[in-house]
Design a protein around this ligand. Structure first.
Ligand code: R5P
Length: 311
């Protein structure tokens, strides 16, 4: 087995390799003067089971292209099996046609990965579970929930918890977390969005008075959804609001929005390499997911059960 990395999240790739007690594959992923990507693998990968770690986060197009070119290089170097390890799967939010003459970019990216030569995909908290079905190759979708639940139990376990979904679309994810937290009660924020990047909270479903609210979502991008939800929960009498979000996209002014929000704390994973601003914020904490990914990779390589990781 070999672990290779693009440039999108080298610290995560190194941590995964460390978990597996393997060196990272010696490869160069560089740019020509005109920014074209050039990949050169400096060791033999013929017949190897290779895992390429590359979340397709900002700059998403560059990171996606790097991943495709790495896969192409591995295929042409006769790797036996190539797994695209995409902890954050960019373009996933366009997973259906919201209106006429719009794309389904999640499907397009699935096609691109397959066409480049990926034999399998490993991701974490895909925006929608059905994206697995956009691939006709085996696709494992890991959940950060067990890692989050352990952290919540350790830090907030003695409080009167309420798990909150920031929108109707996240209810399944929130319910799964609530189950792991001794069946904590569930509340839902009725969010209406007029245009991408802007959200408006309309209503809180459930009684959050006096509760330590745990907001859970897959993505924090502009921070609008989360900060509005946190404010609405506090206005309804919540004792505190803490957010657990798998993918810290944190675009534009998101970090300062979070810092100035009603949130007590935002906990993200390192599926996307955290920015310096995110690392410097005393409201943001980062949970490592290399052990989860490393264990899943070990099981895929050994052909043992991945789903039992979540029992
Ligand atoms: C939407 O369906 C996602 O689950 C997130 O709620 C959304 O992407 C967050 O975006 P923002 O932080 O820009 O409100």
């Amino acid at each position: 087995m070999k672990i290779m990395s693009g440039n999108s999240n080298l610290p995560l790739a190194r941590a995964i390799a460390g978990y597996l007690e393997l060196p990272l594959t010696d490869a160069a992923v560089r740019r020509f003067a005109d920014e074209e990507i050039f990949v050169e693998i400096h060791e033999n990968v013929r017949g190897e089971d290779v895992f390429v770690v590359q979340p397709t986060s900002y700059p998403v197009n560059d990171n996606l292209m790097e991943l495709l070119i790495c896969i192409d290089a591995l295929r042409r170097a006769s790797a036996k099996r190539i797994t695209a390890v995409v902890p954050y799967f960019g373009y996933a939010r366009q997973d259906r046609k919201p209106g006429p003459r719009t794309p389904i970019s999640a499907k397009l990216v699935a096609n691109l990965l397959t066409e480049a030569g990926a034999d399998r995909v490993l991701s974490v908290d895909l925006h929608a579970g059905q994206i697995q079905g956009f691939f006709d190759i085996p696709t494992d979708n890991l959940f950060a929930a067990p890692v989050m639940a352990a952290d919540i139990q350790a830090r907030y376990g003695d409080q009167s918890l309420m798990v909150v979904s920031p929108d109707v679309g996240g209810v399944v994810r929130a319910r799964a977390l609530a189950k792991r937290l001794d069946n904590a009660p569930l509340s839902i924020v009725d969010k209406r969005r007029d245009k991408p990047g802007q959200s408006e909270v309309m209503n809180i479903i459930g009684d959050v008075k006096g509760r330590a609210c745990i907001l859970i979502d897959d993505i924090i991008d502009s921070g609008g959804t989360l900060c509005n939800a946190a404010q609405a929960l506090m206005d309804e009498g919540a004792a505190s609001v803490t957010a657990y979000i798998t993918h810290g996209v944190l675009s534009g002014a998101a970090v300062s929005r979070v810092t100035n929000s009603a949130l007590k704390e935002l906990v993200i994973t390192d599926s996307i390499m955290p920015t310096e601003a995110a690392k410097a914020s005393d409201k943001i904490r980062i949970l490592p997911i290399a052990p989860l990914l490393g264990e899943a990779i070990r099981r895929i390589a050994d052909e043992s059960s991945v789903s039992s990781l979540f029992d």
